[in-house]
Write a protein that binds this ligand. Structure first.
Ligand SMILES: NC(=O)c1ccc[n+]([C@@H]2O[C@H](COP(=O)([O-])OP(=O)(O)OC[C@H]3O[C@@H](n4cnc5c(N)ncnc54)[C@H](O)[C@@H]3O)[C@@H](O)[C@H]2O)c1
Length: 440
């Protein structure tokens, strides 16, 4: 049965805590696309198609014609940052896009000015900010953020808001007592509990107001029981963590193939160099630890060593990130895989990926914002696991293992869209084929 989905009428405000390389590349790409100056390549919401029904029916509409999505023309951007630079200045400094391309949309970018940010040195050490809020308590800061959001919505005549964390990776924090219930989190906000990082204050503010919240970085943010509880209370979709853009994308493409063919894996060594501000932040061991945890979970889930200990129980997985300023946003990664096959004979695979970090992340950020807005209008709430396709470390209900295989994630994503529109789910296992074609 088709679900009731509110139409995407009016403007959609996308507010990003963190207006750095990824956020400004997202903004520039959307503005350039709607002016016909560029194409939103890599975005399923803009260019993807979806198969419906049987293969023979040949129904493959664009996803944006199948489900009611916000149009790029209706998106308005805003955000917060620790620095006062507007989106034009940041895009120029980030060095992701060609300067002439940024100049073509200067008038729009220059008007996207960061609001004052919520900052805590304990949770982010490598930057020295000049644009931060003052507040007696963390609850007071959350209220200021809520005011910012509502003021932005009114000033820009938006009918809907999505908040998308594009801020730096915070220092590694494990979920503790204060994060376990909404009551304890609210008490902690009032008592300035040190375990509540800024990203969680943004998440609290957005979800309290009923606006979808997405976490593009690996820090906890909305991935704690307290925010999940709030999301259920306010009927709000939440999701994270960490855009699955470069090296981990490659890992979750390749590992399912090795696992499918039962090729053994002795070890997987991944290293990369990057020189943007993200790299500078990750040079701090606390922030690196957060990233390392987010990147390392993917292999176990895909390889299932508990089912095949002879192939995967001793897989040595090592991840390194090196800050190397000359590279800027042009990240380069190297992977070495020590594999073994028939009768235990050893082989190696090498991957050398020269990528542009923010070019890979921007379409994921756009799709997450657009599909989370759809989720809200379709009456979905809580953790939106069907969007795992976009994240390195997908958020799941407590105790549930994440699904990291990119192809299973895509299937779940597409089937959720089919479910919303009352179409048959596609499992590639049509019973009529077995009964009428295959059986003698
Ligand atoms: N491919 C990618 O680029 C990629 C992939 C996955 C995840 N990420 C994550 O996305 C995030 C953004 O990446 P980026 O390359 O744009 O980094 P960036 O350093 O260019 O931008 C991050 C911005 O966040 C701001 N910031 C930090 N704390 C803030 C706070 N409390 N409030 C408001 N602003 C705050 C910083 O001042 C900075 O301008 C990082 O956490 C990164 O790890 C990026």
């Amino acid at each position: 049965m088709k679900r009731e989905i509110q139409k995407p009428e009016g403007k959609l405000g996308i507010l990003t805590p963190g207006m750095g390389a990824v956020a400004t590349t997202l903004m520039a790409g959307v503005i350039a696309s709607r002016k016909g100056l560029a194409q939103p390549i890599g975005s399923l919401s803009q260019m993807g198609t979806i198969r419906l029904g049987k293969r023979t029916e040949k129904r493959n509409p664009l996803i944006k014609d199948f489900v009611p999505l916000a149009s790029l023309d209706d998106i308005v951007f805003g955000g917060w940052d620790l620095f006062t630079d507007n989106a034009y200045e940041t895009a120029m400094k980030a060095g992701v896009l060609d300067k002439h391309q940024i100049e073509e949309i200067k008038d729009e970018l220059i008007n996207i000015k960061p609001m004052k940010a919520v900052y805590d040195h304990k949770h982010l050490v490598n930057l020295t900010p000049n644009n931060i809020k003052e507040g007696a308590t963390k609850m007071d800061l959350a209220k200021q953020l809520m005011e910012d959001i509502e003021n932005f919505k009114k000033a820009n005549n938006c009918s809907r808001i999505v908040v998308l964390w594009c801020g730096s990776t915070e220092v590694y924090t494990k979920a503790s007592a204060v994060h376990q219930s909404l009551k304890s989190l609210e008490e902690g906000l009032k008592n300035n509990d040190a375990e509540i990082p800024p990203s969680m204050i943004y998440a609290y503010a957005a979800v309290k107001l009923g606006y979808p919240y997405i976490n593009g970085a690996p820090n906890l943010s909305c991935d704690v029981p307290a925010i999940v509880e709030l999301a259920h209370e306010t009927n709000t979709p939440i999701f994270g963590k960490d855009f699955k853009s470069g090296q981990t994308l490659m890992k979750t493409i390749l590992a399912p193939g090795l696992r499918a063919r039962l090729i053994g894996l002795d070890g997987w060594f991944s290293t990369n160099i990057l020189g943007n501000r993200d790299g500078e932040v990750l040079d701090d061991p606390g922030s690196f630890r957060t990233k390392e945890v987010s990147k390392s979970g993917v292999l176990d889930d895909i390889l299932e060593p508990q089912l095949h200990p002879e192939l995967y129980a001793n897989t040595y997985h090592k991840i390194r990130i090196e800050y190397y300023p000359p590279r800027g946003d042009f990240k380069e990664s190297w992977d070495n895989l020590d594999i073994f096959g028939w009768m235990g004979y050893k082989m190696q695979i090498k991957i050398n990926f020269s990528c542009r970090d923010s070019i890979l992340a921007a379409p994921l950020a756009l799709d997450l914002a657009i599909f989370m807005d759809l989720a809200k209008r379709a009456g979905l709430r809580g953790i939106q696991e069907w969007l795992s396709f976009y994240c390195k470390s997908p958020q799941t209900a407590q105790g549930l293992p994440a699904q990291n295989d990119l192809f299973k994630q895509l299937e779940k994503f597409e089937n959720t869209l089919r479910f919303l529109e009352g179409e048959d789910l596609i499992t590639h296992l049509g019973l009529d084929y077995y009964e009428n074609e295959l059986l003698a």
